[in-house]
Ligand binder design. Structure first.
Ligand code: KIV
Ligand code: NA
Length: 265
């Protein structure tokens, strides 16, 4: 199987083929995602929420991200594997950002990093890129800044914030990013940005005009039972499937139905 590369993503945008991206954080899930034909696996810092149970993405550490990423890399034969730089691993200065990106690449074997922010982090993005590490941007709702925003509602509805986002996207492209995630912004703004850039945009809650889409795997599989925001399409109800299976097991054990004659030595 031929590995998806940042170049193949650019070719996909050029020929109008949409890019399909999902998160994964462990070997078994990443294996299923990769076998199903996903183009990009994101080892997102959403692991902080869905794997560790934190309320925000802020607590997850670089070491924990590297653990998740190395598990995913061992499973991914075709997908490009991109890893989030977690909160606190790059904001200090560009040298810290570069060191964090290098640790991710060396210790996990991933193929690139994603980093939240625009012009403020230009120096860090540029320094990571200079080391030959592919970088993906992330604009709009950037969850590591949740305590600045105050809510997880849609971003850049006001013109001033929309204008900054347009400039940030162009800056990230100029620096050499291979793509940019647009999270929870109006569909028309996402279309404008996508049309203004050569590099692909990957949307989440950003409408149909992006070059590709990304979702958190636990959300789209319905493992996160209560979570049903407007932008989410739920493709399965795995919470119910798994709950039924586990209840069946509990009942079988308690009723002496399991193990049976054929399930013993
Ligand atoms: O951490 C994550 O899952 C993400 C995607 C939602 C883009 O950054
Ligand atoms: Na993230």
């Amino acid at each position: 199987i031929k590995r998806v590369t940042t170049h193949s993503l650019q070719e996909m945008k050029n020929r109008g083929e949409k890019i399909a991206m999902l998160t994964a954080y462990d070997y078994s899930m990443a294996k299923i995602v990769d076998d199903a034909g996903i183009d990009v696996i994101l080892v997102g810092d959403s692991a902080s929420n869905v794997m560790a149970g934190h309320e925000t993405t802020l607590p997850i550490t670089l070491d924990q991200m590297i653990y998740h990423a190395s598990s995913v890399v061992r499973a991914a034969n075709r997908a490009l594997v991109i890893v989030d730089l977690p909160f606190g691993s790059y904001q200090g200065n560009s040298k810290e950002a570069l060191n964090s990106a290098i640790r991710i690449m060396k210790e996990s074997g991933a193929h690139g990093v994603k980093i939240e922010g625009g012009v403020e982090i230009a120096e860090s993005v540029s320094r990571i890129l200079t080391a030959g590490i592919p970088v993906m941007g992330h604009l709009g709702l950037t969850p590591q800044s949740i305590y600045k925003f105050g809510t997880y509602t849609v971003r850049a509805k006001e013109e001033a914030e929309a204008q900054k986002l347009r400039e940030d996207a162009l800056k990230l492209q100029e620096l050499g990013c291979f793509g940019v995630v647009l999270e929870k912004i109006p569909a028309m703004l996402a279309k404008e940005v996508t049309d203004s850039l050569q590099i692909p945009t990957i949307g989440i809650g950003a409408g149909p005009h992006c070059s590709g889409q990304v979702l958190v795997i636990h959300d789209m599989l319905g493992i996160n039972k209560g979570f049903r925001p407007r932008f989410l399409r739920q493709y399965a109800s795995l919470y119910d499937v798994m709950n039924d299976a586990i209840q069946g097991y509990v009942n079988d054990v308690k009723s002496n139905d399991f193990p049976s004659e054929k399930e013993q030595y």
